[in-house]
Design a protein around this ligand. Structure first.
Ligand SMILES: Nc1ncnc2c1ncn2[C@@H]1O[C@H](COP(=O)(O)OP(=O)(O)OP(=O)(O)O)[C@@H](O)[C@H]1O
Ligand SMILES: Nc1nc2c(c(=O)[nH]1)N=C(CO)CN2
Length: 202
């Protein structure tokens, strides 16, 4: 076969402009095979709502990523640290379709964190933005660079509650239904902020 846009050797075949090839390819979802991914967003420094919205928008602006749903916003007590030692978090969950492989999605998640001046000092330290990959399709991985599903997602109400809101039938690969996991974890200090809303990018 001739290269896209090339004339080849068959005189009856007209060259196909590269722009047409691009459009046809873009419409062919089987070619791109997008996968589901679930991301958790958290912020407990700066303008928390603005930062979460900025992260949603930056994810949507990523080639190969489409944001399909955004959860309600929760205000949550910091998990895993001394009570009262950090400001409360805003947390939300984002559902994506993506053609990026998991490692590229993680790279992009880190780039988005950096764009919002995330500083890594101590484990579970306060941060302007945290973007974690909760699950990527049904992929299971114990590579420490990217553990899938996220190794602590199943015990975090600040992940499970917003995920359950936006997809009540969701399953955490290898762990079971999100609704059942949520029923089994403490929910105190995890409160919906019905007065706040993240916008799904247009
Ligand atoms: N599913 C995952 N999502 C995001 N990062 C992951 C994941 N699995 C492993 N990591 C690795 O964890 C490292 C530390 O991530 P990060 O600083 O966001 O941790 P944390 O948010 O403080 O804590 P936690 O992992 O408990 O949410 C990252 O550099 C990344 O390589
Ligand atoms: N409430 C809350 N606590 C946390 C969070 C978070 O997003 N929300 N993220 C952490 C590290 O990922 C550690 N602790």
């Amino acid at each position: 076969m001739s290269a896209p846009g090339g004339s080849g050797s068959d005189p009856t075949v007209q060259p196909v402009p590269a722009s047409v090839v691009e459009r046809v390819d873009a419409a062919d979802t089987t070619l791109q095979d997008p996968r589901w991914a679930v991301l958790s967003l958290g912020s407990n420094l700066g303008n928390r709502l603005e930062t979460l919205q900025g992260a949603v928008d930056a994810l949507e602006d990523t080639p190969g990523v489409r944001v399909k749903a955004v959860s309600p916003v929760y205000e949550t007590e910091p998990w895993g640290v001394e009570p009262g030692s950090q400001p409360s978090y805003f947390n939300a969950v984002v559902l994506l379709r993506t053609t990026l492989p998991p490692a590229s999605l993680l790279e992009r998640a880190h780039a988005v964190e950096e764009a919002f001046h995330r500083v890594r000092e101590e484990r579970w330290g306060a941060r302007t933005l945290d973007v974690d990959i909760v699950a990527y399709a049904d992929v299971l991985s114990d590579d420490p660079v990217l553990v899938l599903p996220h190794p602590r997602a199943h015990e975090r109400a600040f992940v499970l509650a917003p995920w359950n809101d936006v997809d009540p039938a969701a399953e955490l690969p290898g762990r079971g239904p999100v609704a059942r996991l949520l029923a089994g974890v403490p929910r105190d200090g995890v409160a919906p902020r019905a007065d706040l809303e993240l916008q799904l990018p247009e």
